[in-house]
Design a protein around this ligand. Structure first.
Ligand code: IMP
Length: 425
């Protein structure tokens, strides 16, 4: 049995949705293991553009698609997504949701907004989808889980106790409206009916997959530099996008070989607050944003653009134990002239050996750049036809040298078929 884990190596938005959609053709089951509706995975299918926030991208190919226990599930968003998929003619009959996933409620979104406001200069620039507050409840052991929906009387009791807890501890401090358990239950009733058929105990689900030697594709959301432990803390999300959480966040233990596929753009982007050492000077940043359509799929916010950071990438490839890399959006840099690439940082005049674990050092770090020859849109067209021109090959070699990891594919356009398998050329 084999499994692939797809992880973002930068600050998210590397094009993981497209890669997962491409790889899903060979998978039996696609799994989301962390995060929530803060993610936005865009898939372009001929005339349709589908944005998925919670449901694994594999659903589009009719694959068994699991939302794991590590995800925080916004039921309103989930139902909207199910409706959108169904109206696009895509069936959700293969969707499964772990009974251990935590439910994200409207008050989590409200708390997220209030917490960002209260933090002032320390604000993270979250997507305001309630992710942090929902994980806070989970780790505070106050959360309500998807499995609690099974018995409405149990659910009602839990909602009542939770509302009491929230009203005592949080509502006042954040100046939020007190929760009314009756209203929450009223709102949940119909929605609970709708999602109940998808709920599974993942023990049985996982053991079936393993017994039958099914091929699993784990779909990471966000990315390594946003990981709660290994990212640029505190400017991170509240979950573990890194590869090793794939097992803990899905309930599918690794009784099999697995292959970790790290995704990086040919440049970098970041949205929200926090250090971004290779951020481009403003005119280039603006040009790249327009060319690359660098606007959030979830919030519409504009993303800052930067040069490819091989120093950060080496760190991310190591942390995830990457077996291979996929470089996306190579076409966006075409015809822009020479390309800058960061190979290291200096801090107070000295070259840093390892990637900084402190935000303060990151803010004070200066990237060291080299300049490489760029490529043209003609080179990109030839790439799609299977010819890898020297400038592109040299760029790939540079990434491989600095990350110690081979580049297996390049994505050079928005369509499903714009992914080129370099192992064939
Ligand atoms: P949160 O995940 O909404 O709490 O936001 C925390 C940080 O992660 C903010 O900087 C967000 O902009 C960033 N973030 C969360 N999800 C994504 C994503 O899917 N792509 C890029 N950045 C994200």
């Amino acid at each position: 049995m084999k499994a692939d884990i797809v992880v973002g190596l930068q600050w998210g938005d590397e094009g993981k949705g497209k890669v997962v959609d491409y790889l899903a053709k060979d998978a039996d089951c696609v799994v989301r293991y962390q995060g929530g509706a803060n993610a936005g995975h865009t898939i372009v299918l001929k005339d349709k553009r589908i944005v998925l926030h919670l449901i694994p991208s594999g659903i589009v190919r009719g694959k068994l698609s699991l939302i794991g226990n590590g995800v925080v599930l916004d039921i309103d968003e989930l139902i909207k997504e199910i409706n959108d998929l169904e109206s696009a003619g895509i069936s959700v009959k293969n969707l499964r949701i772990s009974s251990r996933a935590h439910i994200l409620f409207e008050h989590h979104r409200e708390t997220d907004k209030a917490s960002e406001k209260a933090k002032g200069k320390l604000s993270i620039g979250t997507t305001k989808s309630g992710i942090g507050p929902c994980y806070v409840d989970k780790y505070d052991r106050a959360g309500i889980r998807v499995g609690d929906i099974a018995d409405m009387r149990v659910l009602e009791e839990k909602v009542r106790s939770y509302a009491e807890f929230f009203n005592k501890t949080k509502a006042g401090g954040y100046r939020l409206k007190k929760l009314d358990p009756g209203k929450i239950m009223e709102n949940l009733k119909e929605k609970a009916e709708r999602i109940r058929p998808f709920i599974v105990n993942t023990d049985e689900f996982a053991s079936n997959l393993i017994k039958r030697k099914k091929r699993i594709l784990f779909e990471g959301a966000q990315a390594t530099m946003l990981d709660i432990d290994f990212g640029t803390y505190p400017f991170v999300t509240s979950s573990h996008p890194i590869s090793l959480y794939a097992f803990a966040g899905s309930g599918i233990p690794p009784y099999f070989d697995f292959n970790v596929i790290g995704i990086t753009k040919a440049y970098a982007t970041r949205v929200g607050n926090g250090p971004f050492p290779t951020k481009m000077e403003s005119a280039v940043d603006r040009m790249m944003r327009e060319r690359g359509g660098e606007y959030g799929a979830t919030t519409g916010r504009s993303r800052d653009c930067g040069w490819l950071d091989l120093f950060a990438l080496r760190y991310a490839a190591f942390i995830n134990r990457c077996d291979e890399l996929i470089v996306t959006k190579l076409d966006i840099l075409a015809d822009t002239g020479d390309v800058k690439v960061c190979t290291g940082y200096t801090y107070r005049g000295k070259a840093l050996k390892g990637y900084p674990d402190s935000t303060e050092v990151l803010y004070g770090s200066k990237p060291v750049y080299i300049t490489v020859k760029g490529w043209t849109s003609k080179d990109i067209a030839e790439l799609k036809n299977g010819t890898v021109k020297k400038s592109i090959r040299d760029f790939v070699k540079l990434i491989e040298k600095h990350t110690n990891t081979r580049v297996s594919h390049i994505a050079a356009g928005p369509e499903r078929n714009d992914i080129v398998d370099l192992r064939r050329h």
